[in-house]
Design a protein around this ligand. Structure first.
Ligand code: C5P
Length: 415
């Protein structure tokens, strides 16, 4: 799809805005105005507490549409039920998303129209949080934020600045142009989604665990976050995704077939069972070595024995196996964590593994990559190197997904 065509299609998009009950609710009026400027049709839901901050009348006037207030309003339900409202929207924006609203969505409540629609929808959801900085930093909110991101919801902000409570810090609703830009990105992705609609992707993620005995094991620090983010980004782009996951603490993402494995050999056989696929992305941190023979019983400490020798044998290389398989996926992507000569080593790895692209990250420059929500990568292909700035792992995933869409639709002009 050309840029002009997709811009044209952006003109008459259908956005459902859910306004939460926070002091920043007044800024949703400007947001509505900017959305209308772009020619988008805007429907709104005001939570019970939002009505304390903005009047339904001003929201109705600016959106030029009816405002939806109560779940059990029979007249409203007969005109447009909550399921229909959830289906009508192409994207749902929650602004401001209060701590309370995020918490209610995180536990899957459906006790008002806003939460019911958010539970009943399969459309992309963008949350723009706004709250006091202590509330944003509270581990309960951190947990809910991670949980919602893990389910595929996207976030814009909060920004840092002066807060309504008189304090300074993170908690300000993102600026309206920032929110509009985030909606734009979601809509563009939505437009290009059909490009991956009939494609199957296999993703490995997380750490493998190799038993030494029934109690001990060999493993590594991989969190699985980058692989899970890629699974979500590809699913959001319409692909069928199979996630073969090693050890991680992340929840299984909704709408994605997730196969839990422990060892490298289990991961390999789970992957081979899923062939053929159109694309394979190996993000898993696979233990290179396993103990030749795991002890059937816990290895005992013997008093005079100062050393213990474990014989290690090499694990199969899943990425190389998929790259050389008779049913080789059309696109095979590997990851490389390097601490020196990033690009040179990644190019060597590209050839050694036989894959098409290597996503390289410099773990020396970016020591916090394990477990962090941020990543800085370079995409290395036969055609060249694209170095990306530091961004969140979800943004990295979205960027790689756009490259994948271009790979499968070379004439599509999607960038
Ligand atoms: O050789 P190295 O571990 O640095 O290569 C990293 C890439 O290879 C990653 O994409 C990783 O998922 C993949 N890999 C694999 N099986 C292995 C080792 C690494 O799939 N046994």
């Amino acid at each position: 799809m050309s840029q002009i065509e997709s811009n044209k299609q952006l003109e008459s998009r259908r956005i459902l805005l859910i306004i939460g009950g926070g002091i920043a609710a007044y800024r949703s009026l400007d947001l509505i105005r900017r959305m209308r400027d772009r020619g988008w049709t805007v429907k709104t839901i005001l939570t019970r507490s939002a009505v304390e901050f903005v009047t339904p009348l001003s929201v109705a006037a600016l959106s030029e549409n009816t405002v939806h207030l109560e779940l059990l309003s029979l007249t409203e339900e007969s005109k447009m039920g909550h399921i229909e409202l959830a289906r009508w929207a192409e994207a749902i924006v929650v602004a401001p998303a209060t701590a309370n609203l995020m918490a209610r969505v995180a536990v899957g409540m459906a006790d008002d129209l806003a939460t019911t629609v958010l539970l009943a929808t399969n459309r992309p959801i963008l949350m723009a949080p706004s709250m006091n900085l202590e509330m944003w930093g509270n581990s309960a909110t951190r947990h809910n934020h991670a949980l919602l991101q893990g389910r595929g919801m996207e976030f814009v902000g909060p920004d840092s600045g002066d807060l309504a409570c008189g304090e300074y810090g993170a908690g300000r609703l993102a600026e309206v142009p920032e929110i509009i830009a985030a909606i734009d990105r979601i809509l563009h992705r939505h437009l290009t989604a059909s490009s991956l609609a009939h494609k199957r992707f296999l993703i490995t993620a997380g750490a493998t665990r190799e038993a030494i005995d029934p109690v001990r094991y060999i493993s590594n620090h991989s969190s699985g976050k980058q692989g899970y983010a890629l699974a979500l980004a590809l699913r959001n782009a319409g692909a069928e995704v199979i996630l073969v996951s090693g050890i991680t603490t992340l929840p299984a993402p909704a709408g994605i077939k997730t196969l839990a494995v422990t060892s490298a050999r289990e991961m390999l056989s789970a992957c081979l069972e899923q062939l053929p696929v159109d694309g394979a992305i190996c993000t898993a941190a696979v233990a290179d070595w396993r103990v030749a023979e795991a002890a059937p019983q816990k290895i005992k400490k013997i008093r005079d024995q100062q050393t213990l020798t474990l014989e290690l044998v090499q694990n199969p290389d899943i990425l190389a196996t998929l790259s050389h398989h008779p049913s080789r996926p059309d696109l095979v992507i590997g990851f490389a964590a390097e601490s020196e000569s990033l690009i040179a080593n990644a190019k060597i790895k590209l050839a050694a593994k036989g894959c098409d692209w290597i996503i390289a990250n410099d773990i020396a420059a970016n020591g916090a990559v394990f477990g962090s929500d941020y990543n800085q990568v370079a995409i290395i292909t036969a055609a060249g190197v694209e170095s990306l700035p530091q961004m969140t792992k979800l943004e990295v995933a979205n960027h790689i997904t756009q490259r994948i869409i271009s790979h499968f639709n070379p004439a599509g002009g999607v960038k």
